[in-house]
Structures are given as C-alpha cells and as structure tokens.
Design a protein around this ligand. Sequence first.
Ligand SMILES: Nc1ncnc2c1ncn2[C@@H]1O[C@H](COP(=O)(O)OP(=O)(O)OP(=O)(O)O)[C@@H](O)[C@H]1O
Length: 248
Amino acid sequence: MIEVEGLVKWHGPIEVLRGVDLSVQKGEVAALIGPSGGGKSTFLRCLNGLEVFQGGCVTVGDLRLEANPRPADHAKAARLVRLRMGMVFQSFNLFAHQTVLANVIEAPVHVLGLCRDQAVERARALLDRVGMLGRLDAYPRQLSGGQQQRVAIARALAMEPQVMLFDEPTSALDPRMTAEVLSVMTDLAREGQTMVVVTHAMPFARKVAHVVHVFGEGRVIESGPPERIFDDPVQEATRTLLSEVAAA
Ligand SMILES: Nc1ncnc2c1ncn2[C@@H]1O[C@H](COP(=O)(O)OP(=O)(O)OP(=O)(O)O)[C@@H](O)[C@H]1O
C-alpha cells in the first residue's frame, strides 16, 4: 500500500533522512520507534506530503510523491495523497472555535462534498466509537487532552482514509488519558485499519504492531515483528534505545 524508496530529506544543512526504505502493507500496523531526533516525525510528514524531500520517492497505491517536485506538482500530488491518509498529531490540532461535531464534519462537507446530514450521521457514528458522542456541542478548550485526541481521531476517520498516520499521539497526555487513546487505537488496529504510528509507547508497539521499524540517525536501522525487536534486537543501537526506555 505504501512503498518508500531511498527517501532523503534535508532541513537546511542537516540531512535528517539518509535513504529510508520502508513498506507498509494493507491492514498492517507499523510502529516507528527510535531516539529523539532520529527523523521519525519528519518521515511521517514526508509520507503525506506535508514536507517535500530531496531524494527517493513515496508511492501510495497508484499515487507517487517525487523528490524535488515543482511546487504546483507537489501541491496536486500531496492533496491526492492526503485524501487517502488521515493524520493525528501530538498536539491534537482541533479547530479551537468549532464544536466537536463541527470539527468532525468540516472536511467531509467541504472536501468530500458530503451533504450535511450524511456528514453528521458519519460523525455521530465515529464519535460514538471513540466514546465522545456525549460531547457533540463542546469546544476543544472544554475537553481534556485525551478527549481532544479522541475527537481528532474521529475527525481523521471521517474522511475514510486508507491509512492512518499517528505522530506520537499520546506524548502530551497523562497515563490515564494515554490509556484511553491507546485503547481506541487498539480497536482500530483490530478492525484492520492500516496504521503507521510514531510512538514512545513501547507496550503498545509490542502488543498492537505487526512490524516495528527502528529509526536512528535518519535511517531504519532494524525492522521486524515486535517480539524479535523487543526480545532479540540485532543492532546495538536498538538495545541501547530499549534499555534507555526501560530505565526512564
Ligand atoms: N522544520 C525543521 N527545520 C529544521 N530542522 C528540523 C525541522 N524539523 C525537524 N528538524 C530536525 O530534524 C531532526 C529530526 O527531527 P524529527 O522531529 O523528525 O525527529 P523524531 O525522531 O521525530 O524526534 P522526536 O521523537 O523527538 O519527535 C532533528 O534534528 C530536528 O531538529
């Protein structure tokens, strides 16, 4: 479903991604782990065209993002890719001046052209699924971080994406709210949603991911099923990462 070949990304003078190859199959949950600054978030942003890159390519089904695109070509390709990918950020990014319901129906109405009634029906079903049906008229500032993140997940799902990207969705949350959000994500994974998750939540990666990719210094240094990565890592850098996480 997603094929990334030789992805190279520079931020000014820093080569943040140094030739990343990675593929994600339909229905797969891929966890991206690694030390801070290893390039995981940048990688995710290249996948859905939020960042342009200088080498390699990203293929999503029959769509392709190329290196060094002309701005107009990139805008067109990224718009199409983003229709297939929902993204959930660490900082929720809800529209502050809109209610929960308005947040979730915004894109289906204005981007997909759904009529309001259809969009509301879809939004209610999704908000029910994430346990937020009782807060349709609340504004983001009236919600906890965990509640906001669950609304953000419903908002992304409302576009019926083929792939969901999560960029450290629980790192701004306390343990109770983290558990609420991870439970929603676990249900999604069990329902067969294709997901790429940047996370520091190792128990979640171990329990839910099908494949774990370990990032380090702009490369994927090791990939494999969670049991292998967590119990028998091949790379010294992976062992160091896991022992640092365990000690934290
Ligand atoms: N917009 C930007 N401009 C300049 N440098 C950037 C930008 N975004 C990221 N970087 C740099 O790119 C490198 C990789 O950052 P990135 O956020 O992708 O890493 P990460 O693995 O997701 O880290 P973390 O786990 O801390 O979020 C870092 O050195 C960071 O400072």
